[in-house]
Design a protein around this ligand. Structure first.
Ligand code: ADP
Ligand code: MG
Ligand code: MG
Length: 923
């Protein structure tokens, strides 16, 4: 799909030229020669460019001409009017079409009939309008009847035209016509349209004309040229209809590019049993299998196949019905696939046994099919490996990693509600409302679905065991979403219609009230939530990476791996993962990450049995007690680091010193107060009450008005240097141990939230001192780096200064976005929707980097940093490190690597390869 930047400003297509007179606006195709070709999609739209290309390849394409997107922009520039010069040009091209088709507009012996078809650069199936049989009127319909000796066909075509014209051009609701058609059928006692005879259809035509007169206040235009002009303008206008606009918003297609209009001689699939129409694919677009795929109808026109009025037949059957046309169709479509070197999605019509091609384009496909087709095309030597790398949308790979529902089972249940599709995958489990219950129930062998208003860091153990995470609030970068993706755990967040009652342990969803233990399912790819149980299993690729399945046994894994190996050959960017634990690091390595870009040490503090020690450290009111608690944490952290280093097999590991405000490690103030009140009511006294009181006191002390801008990051290290000391010691001791065991380790110690070089200098001194101590004690030397996160705008602006003290920079684009925009990433959900509706923001800036704003800081920070240190290592560890369009930007800026959650690593590898190939094409 199109990945173009949308700008909020350009609402209507606009042309850059103010004097369009000398310019060519219309391109002819016909009689084996076209003025355009496939490279001219900007101007001719996809449909027009491919009609031209097929014409040049001598395929049977009805002749016609394409009115370019330039004309569309001119139309909007002139206040929704086609300039006279373009209209003149159209008359000239119409003359050529009359010559090529040996028919003429309005002729009472051999009338030219045309279709008027929209077609933008990017295909927008069904979004805009098409008009067929244009040129028919009271005179030409009789001529058509005479030429074909088929009055039924002539009047059926005429009534279809009036209906489409009335609907598209005159904006009369379809029902007005359907109503009349139904009335005629009723009167004549027939069920199906094809049963209506000529007399009945003449009646329909008369009634349709009356509908036009009464609803549009004008007669149905008889003059073909009027019909053409009005239809052309209506197609231009349809560019701005609400559903086309919505489609462009979803797929990020720019508003200003406009549509082309194709005017093409009609061929008829509705002349009788030797005629028909159909659509198809050269391969199966769902599975990628190399099989001819499609549907057709005998004695039908255009939209009938997709309209669902009649049930179309599988395309294979065409072989028996019309063997000659079928054989020709196979030959042509095989040729088209070879020519375009990609799966083709085509439309055709057969008129009296003669085949005509009406459209071809690259077929849309699922992620699974994309990988199958790309690898097949290389095996068939149709494309080179680097072309295959360009053929698969990086994002599509995540579909291959998600657990799967049995599609038939899934369809059986109705949708109860919808949330944001935060992390793909199918999840089904028994509802639990707390992380502790999730763990407890899982121990009993149950599958659970963790349902929370929102998740918090100490829910992590529950999130880890749950089949899926479902929250009522929060956006695509909320805690649940970020952690869900990092774990590769299906997650749907911000399902606003969920009413969770944590006390009663119930959730209301889609009219049902579920108690704890009842089944809920959702699809993390679509955000759809259903009540009930649906069976799932991990995808094959995950099974291979986990070691549950042998790689040789999985065809799709081999292909996935092959594609990514090709990608690795062309990419410049290194790929790392954000991982806090050895098992995550292992998975990341399995997916191809060569390094950890962010190991968050605080996540280790939430591990089993650690929280009490951490709380003791926080509660300590003197350095001695704090050091005592830290000494208990030391061996635990050392163990963590040892495991992570080992899982990375000698690739670099960036470890961030403690970052979050300390209150995150303490219970909530309200909860403590409730507990104390309860204890008081029971008349309890003693040490446990005292402990709770101290906790409450400390929680109140630590309260901050703006914790995200408060006492966190480097500020903690500066006020409590003993924390930095303990963490440095744990890192270096683990590194020394592995070095002695003969394994390579490259620790990179990263200080977060630095805005002033002096902050970094302060902490670097602590790190270096302790590192030297440890290495002396251990009698071994380890190469380590000290660097910083660039996530405070001041850090980026003064990057030349900061670089003096830093061995590396890692852009923390989550905080950098938060601090640059002043949007709290935990609260953006409240207004993001409105911002997107009003086109103030095209995308969520926490999911896809704001290149215009935040990107400038990133670019400046990199440039200034390297002014001071030309070989400064630069990377990114924010969520953006796994976003394809952001990765393109990071490649351009010259980063050394991107780091993302383990399950995004394949996406990042592919996106980095595509960035490199695109860059190469530009050079
Ligand atoms: P969409 O983009 O919605 O598919 P098209 O412009 O492709 O719209 O038109 C829809 C259908 O109308 C085509 O698939 C084809 O069957 C029919 N059609 C369009 N132009 C012609 C034509 N010149 N002759 C016969 N059928 C046509
Ligand atoms: Mg079409
Ligand atoms: Mg940060």
């Amino acid at each position: 799909m199109a990945k173009k930047k949308t700008t909020a400003k350009s609402q209507a297509p606009r042309s850059k030229r103010s004097t369009p007179a000398r310019h060519k606006f219309i391109y002819f195709f016909g009689a084996g020669k076209a003025e355009g070709d496939r490279t001219m999609r900007d101007l001719l739209g996809g449909k027009g460019a491919n009609l031209a290309e097929m014409t040049n390849a001598s395929l049977p394409v009805p002749p016609g001409f394409t009115i370019s997107t330039d004309a569309c922009r001119a139309y909007f520039d002139q206040g929704r009017k086609v300039p006279a010069a373009i209209d003149q040009e159209m008359l000239a091209q119409l003359k050529r079409l009359e010559a090529a088709s040996k028919a003429s507009f309005g002729s009472s012996s051999n009338p030219l009939l045309v279709s008027v078809r929209s077609g933008a650069k990017f295909s927008m199936p069904g979004m805009m309008d098409t008009i067929l049989n244009l040129g028919l009127n009271d005179v030409t319909v009789e001529a058509l009847k005479a030429r074909t000796s088929n009055g039924r066909f002539a009047y059926d075509s005429y009534r279809r035209f009036i209906q489409m014209f009335g609907n598209v051009v005159l904006e009369i609701p379809k029902e007005e016509f359907e109503h009349e058609l139904a009335a005629v059928k009723r009167e004549r006692g027939v069920k199906e349209d094809p049963e209506l005879n000529e007399t009945a259809l003449r009646d329909v035509v008369d009634r349709f004309k009356r509908v036009v007169r009464s609803k549009a206040g004008r007669d149905f235009p008889q003059e073909p040229l009027d019909q053409l002009r009005l239809s052309r303008d209506a197609v231009f206008r349809s560019w701005q209809n609400p559903r086309a606009k919505e489609y462009r918003r979803i797929y990020e297609i720019p508003d200003h590019i406009g549509t082309a209009v194709n005017v093409q001689m009609m061929v008829f699939g509705n002349t009788g049993d030797r005629s028909g129409t159909g659509v198809g694919f050269t391969r199966n677009p769902a599975t990628g299998a190399k099989e001819f795929y499609g549907e057709f109808l005998i004695n039908a026109q255009g939209e009938d196949v997709v309209a669902g009025i009649r049930t179309p037949r599988p395309i294979r059957e065409l072989e028996t019905v019309m063997p000659h046309a079928y054989k020709q169709l196979r030959q042509i479509t095989t040729r088209l696939e070879k020519h375009y070197r990609d799966i083709q999605d085509f439309e055709f019509t057969i008129q009296e046994d003669e085949l005509f091609m009406l459209q071809t384009r690259s077929g849309k496909r699922t992620g699974y099919a994309a990988v199958m087709i790309a690898t097949d095309l290389v095996a068939e030597k149709l494309v080179a490996p680097k072309d295959a790398v360009m053929m698969v949308e990086p994002e599509a790979l995540s579909q291959l990693l998600s657990p799967i529902f049995d599609p038939a089972e899934w369809k059986r249940l109705p949708v109860a509600t919808k949330g944001l599709p935060a992390s793909p995958g199918a999840a089904s489990g028994q509802v639990v409302f707390t992380a502790d219950h999730a763990v407890e129930w899982t121990r009993q062998g149950k599958s659970v679905m963790l349902v929370r208003k929102e998740t918090v860091p100490d829910d992590i153990h529950g999130m880890f065991v749950a089949q899926g995470i479902l929250t009522a609030t929060g956006g695509m970068t909320s805690h649940a979403a970020v952690v869900g993706r990092q774990m590769g755990k299906p997650s749907v967040v911000g399902a606003g219609s969920l009413e969770i009652n944590e006390h009663a342990k119930t959730v209301r969803v889609g009219g049902a009230t579920l108690k704890e233990g009842e089944w809920l399912s959702f699809d993390g790819l679509t955000g759809e939530v259903k009540v009930g149980q649906v069976a799932t299993k991990p995808s094959e690729i995950i099974q291979v990476v986990n070691g549950q399945m042998k790689a040789e046994k999985s065809d799709i894994f081999k292909r996935f791996n092959q594609l990514l190996t090709w990608a690795d050959k062309v990419r410049r960017l290194g790929i790392r993962a954000n991982a806090d634990q050895p098992d995550q690091a292992e998975i990341a390595y399995g997916f191809g990450a060569r390094g950890i870009g962010l190991c968050r040490t605080e996540h280790m503090f939430f591990g089993e049995g650690r929280i009490p020690i951490v709380q003791r450290m926080i509660l300590a009111d003197n350095e001695k007690d704090r050091r005592a608690a830290l000494a208990e944490l030391l061996p635990l952290q050392r163990g963590d680091f040892y495991g992570v280093f080992k899982a990375m097999h000698g690739s670099p590991v960036t470890i961030r010193t403690i970052d979050p405000p300390l209150h995150e490690f303490l219970p909530k103030r309200e909860d403590l107060m409730v507990d104390l009140a309860r204890m008081d009511a029971k008349g309890e006294t003693g040490p446990s009450v005292e402990q709770k009181k101290r906790l409450l006191h400390r929680v109140e002390q630590l309260h901050e008005f703006n914790p995200m801008l408060g006492h966190r990051g480097v500020r903690l290290g500066i006020t409590y240097p003993e924390i930095t000391e303990m963490q440095t010691r744990a890192i270096l001791e683990a590194a020394c141990k592995l070095t002695k065991e003969g394994l390579k380790v490259v620790p990179e110690i990263m200080i977060p939230l630095v805005g002033d070089v002096r902050e970094l200098k302060d902490q670097k001194a602590v790190v270096t001192r302790v590192a030297e101590e440890v290495m002396k004690e251990q009698k071994v030397r380890v190469k380590y780096l000290v660097g910083t996160m660039i996530e405070v705008p001041r850090g980026a602006v003064t990057a030349d200064e900061v670089a003096r003290e830093a061995d590396f920079f890692s852009f923390g684009t989550n905080d950098l976005t938060q601090l640059t925009y002043g949007f709290s990433r935990d609260d953006i959900g409240k207004f993001l929707g409105a911002y997107q509706d009003r086109r103030i923001l095209a995308k969520d800036p926490f999911a896809s980097l704001d290149i215009e704003g935040v990107g400038q800081l990133v670019e400046m920070g990199t440039r200034k940093g390297r002014q001071t240190k030309p070989d400064l290592k630069v990377g990114v560890c924010g969520e953006h490190g796994g976003d394809p369009s952001s990765i393109h930007f990071f490649d351009k800026v010259g980063f050394d690597y991107v780091s993302c959650s383990p399950y995004r690593v394949p996406v990042a590898r592919l996106a980095a390869a595509q960035a490199a190939l695109k860059q190469k094409a530009l050079d």
